[in-house]
Design a protein around this ligand. Structure first.
Ligand code: FES
Length: 189
């Protein structure tokens, strides 16, 4: 079942960041290209890009810099797949020297991609610890290691961040394979 999420009250200091699962989308809406999950061959565009966005290249990302956020885009129709929050990804360009084997396979010229949606309760993973080179979710302080397949280092997240394998096509970043696991969080029952 495909759930959308709405996040409210992101107050990291007092730990009140909370996302709610809304009603499942009807099956017909899931065929909308803008809502379909990233597909092999999709190009990537910055979430801040205006109309007719330029696909991202590895050099557009700062080396060892903070994560950037992107959407997948169908290369034929130019449909940006921003119809589902679960398609938002974060990108980092890092020194591949410290990557584990899986991360090396998934990276393209040092660029790694992960779901931007925390697997705890669905906040965006917006913080970057440059000293430890870890991703941090500001809501309840889950830390993820982007050099080790997005594995959870500390905090309440129950599993690694889903990775999105990349490749470079004609100098541009492209999706090589779908997310390695389901994007989003498990609804508590
Ligand atoms: S939503 Fe709780 S740690 Fe990310």
């Amino acid at each position: 079942m495909d759930y959308e999420f709405q996040c409210i009250g992101r107050r990291a200091a007092i730990g009140l960041g909370l996302c709610f699962a809304l009603a499942p989308r009807p099956a017909s809406a899931q065929t909308d290209a803008a809502r379909e999950r990233p597909k092999e061959g999709d190009l990537l565009v910055a979430v801040t890009a205006a109309a007719n966005p330029e696909p991202l290249k590895p050099d557009d990302l700062p080396r060892d810099g903070k994560q950037a956020f992107a959407w997948p885009m169908d290369p034929e129709t130019k449909t940006v797949r921003n119809g589902s929050r679960l398609n938002k990804m974060l990108l980092l360009r890092l020194d591949p020297e410290g990557f584990d084997d899986k991360t090396k396979e998934r990276a393209a010229e040092g660029v790694v991609a992960y779901s931007a949606v925390c697997v705890h309760t669905g906040c965006d993973v917006t913080n970057w610890d440059p000293d430890r080179q870890l991703l941090e979710c500001p809501c309840h302080y889950s830390f993820y290691d982007p050099k080790q397949g997005g594995k959870m280092v500390s905090g309440p997240a129950p599993r690694p961040l889903p990775a999105l394998p990349l490749r470079v096509v004609d100098g541009r970043l492209a999706v090589a394979k779908p997310f390695t696991s389901r994007a989003g969080f498990q609804q508590q029952t």
